[in-house]
Ligand binder design. Structure first.
Ligand code: GLC
Ligand code: CA
Length: 542
């Protein structure tokens, strides 16, 4: 067994814009994060993932980078970043950054240069002649944000490719110079002391051809750029030439990946991948359409991944997903129980656990009631598309809400005072009005809170080798009941989780000490007949 830092430590994702504002401009920033390092240390996390803090015009809130080697002035300076890295280190916390290189902002110097016909940067991007005398885009691909993936530039007289927003221009990874630039970026930050990268949409960077794609409702063209051979080759090169020279970790955001491809990414390319199957369980093929959440399917998907790849990422939330309690638990009737059960699920499955800011205090969704308050570009694009399709306003709002990323991005709720303690000024995005009830200060005072539960099980995971390195063995139980073992040497732990809001008969005879449970006063599962709604426990069975 090879000991590895990222296998023993929980990752905490910070969305910097919404975490903590130090200077009252309503925008979270690096000094704000610095002021909360002690909070994170106390929570017990060992790694912070920072969503992008680079220079950016913010069409997609930092995922459109205009300078990879500098910090967005809204967030601070390079020096603030150095201080943050050093102060985190003092507290035993390492920092990973977001690497967003599928595309740059259209305000990046490379793109601006690339508009000149003979510029060496021309070939950094996909500048193409359109079809039908340049009147129609070069192919039928769709952007992920519900529009054509091509935009015509009048000045240049050509079209450029953007798989996301129209200010997020896809880089051309057929050009070796682009790969060299990426290596430069990686070394620049690794040499500054960061511990690695979460690699944004990294399984789409290589476009094998620019041929028309098979027509679909969503993401036409994807068979030409998802998980391509060239993609694997580039990642292998980055690993060999850069990552393998540092003590670092990489996790790829790999939308639409199967076991086989994931295994390839994990073999000499990346340390981990984020698959999306389990957070698509309540969505139809076209993700604006929701389907009823069925816990049994969640279990099946997660067990599938546990059994098919060596090391997983266990997460339920991030800055693109809805909050997990209203989604997979029960916000009204079983708020605490379901919040804690979901926490156990991601903490005790095999793999690295990722917790998104606010998840540890059980933050919930804000909903979508007024498009003029929405900041998420994809929500706006989807709304316009639905309206174009003549879907009535109310219905469109409802559909947009299924994926409105603002739900996860409302400011962190620190206390019950003005603006939840997030900022003295006007927050860039509205707060969830439930902050007087759900906030850090209140959670810390209440021993029964979701926060204390997270703190407890984060510490437990860290000190228990079976929960980090142990084998995963699934147990066969009825649909909505999830049960599995983690074994290591002579130690065996059994995890039992009722994923549903219905009581379930306990089919297992579990002799041993109850180490954690989310229902008060349960210290014995030997003869326990019923599992209550969302009841779960970790039992030392050997
Ligand atoms: C990833 C990010 C998302 C962003 C997109 C384009 O999916 O998580 O927030 O919009 O990439 O960079
Ligand atoms: Ca600020």
């Amino acid at each position: 067994m090879q000991k590895q830092y990222f296998k023993e430590n929980v990752v905490y994702q910070i969305y910097p814009r919404s975490f903590c504002d130090s200077n009252g401009d309503g925008i979270g920033d690096l000094p704000g994060i610095l002021s909360k390092l002690d909070y994170l240390k106390e929570l017990g996390v060992g790694i912070i993932w920072l969503s992008p803090v680079y220079k950016s015009p913010n069409q997609d809130m930092g995922y459109d980078v205009s300078d990879y080697l500098d910090i967005n002035p809204e967030y601070g300076t390079l020096q603030d970043m150095d201080t943050l890295i050093a102060e985190a280190k003092k507290r035993g916390i390492r920092i990973i950054m977001d690497l967003v290189v599928n595309h740059t902002s259209d305000e990046h110097q490379w793109f601006i240069e690339s508009k000149k016909p003979n510029s060496p940067y021309r070939d950094y991007y996909y500048w193409k002649e359109g079809r039908k005398n340049n009147k129609k885009p070069p192919n039928n691909w769709q952007s992920m944000f519900a529009e054509s993936a091509w935009k015509f530039d009048r000045e240049v007289g050509l079209w450029y490719l953007h798989l996301y927003g129209d200010k997020q221009v896809d880089l051309n990874f057929h050009n070796p110079k682009v790969i060299d630039e990426v290596k430069k970026i990686l070394r620049f930050w690794l040499d500054r002391g960061i511990y690695g990268f979460r690699c944004d949409v990294i399984n789409q960077i290589y476009k094998t051809t620019l041929k028309n794609g098979k027509q679909r409702l969503h993401q036409t063209g994807r068979e030409h750029y998802l998980n391509q051979e060239g993609n694997h080759r580039i990642l292998r090169e980055l690993h060999e030439e850069v990552f393998s020279k540092y003590d670092c970790m990489t996790v790829g955001e790999t939308y639409m990946v199967d076991y086989q491809n994931a295994r390839r990414f994990l073999d000499g390319e990346l340390d981990m991948v984020f698959q999306f199957d389990h957070v698509s369980v309540d969505r139809r093929k076209t993700p604006v359409f929701a389907r009823k959440y069925e816990p049994r399917r969640m279990k099946k998907i997660l067990f599938g991944w546990q059994n098919n790849i060596a090391w997983n990422t266990n997460y339920l939330e991030n800055h693109d997903q809805l909050r997990s309690i209203p989604r997979f638990g029960d916000e009204k009737k079983y708020y605490l129980q379901s919040g804690k059960m979901l926490a156990m699920m991601i903490m005790f499955l095999k793999g690295t656990t990722y917790v998104y800011q606010g998840q540890e205090i059980g933050m919930t969704n804000i909903g979508t009631t007024d498009m003029s308050l929405v900041k998420d570009i994809s929500a706006h694009n989807v709304y316009s598309l639905l309206r174009k399709l003549k879907i009535p306003h109310k219905m469109a709002l409802k559909l947009v809400d299924n994926n409105n990323r603002d739900n996860a991005r409302t400011p962190m709720q620190w206390n019950g005072q003005k603006n939840a303690g997030f900022s003295n000024g006007e927050p860039w995005l509205m707060l969830n009005p439930n902050y007087p009830q759900i906030n850090v200060e209140k959670s810390q005072k209440d021993e029964a809170s979701i926060y204390h539960f997270y703190k407890k099980i984060i510490a437990l995971k860290k000190e228990t080798p079976a929960l980090c390195y142990g084998e995963f063995i699934s147990l066969v139980t009825s649909g909505n009941l999830m049960a599995f073992l983690r074994t290591f040497g002579n130690d065996e732990y059994t995890i039992i989780l009722n994923l549903s809001k219905k009581r379930i008969k306990n089919p297992l005879f579990l002799r041993g000490q109850v180490i954690v449970a989310n229902y008060e006063g349960v210290d014995n599962y030997e003869g326990k007949v019923w599992l209550e709604p969302f009841e779960g426990a970790l039992i030392k069975t050997r």
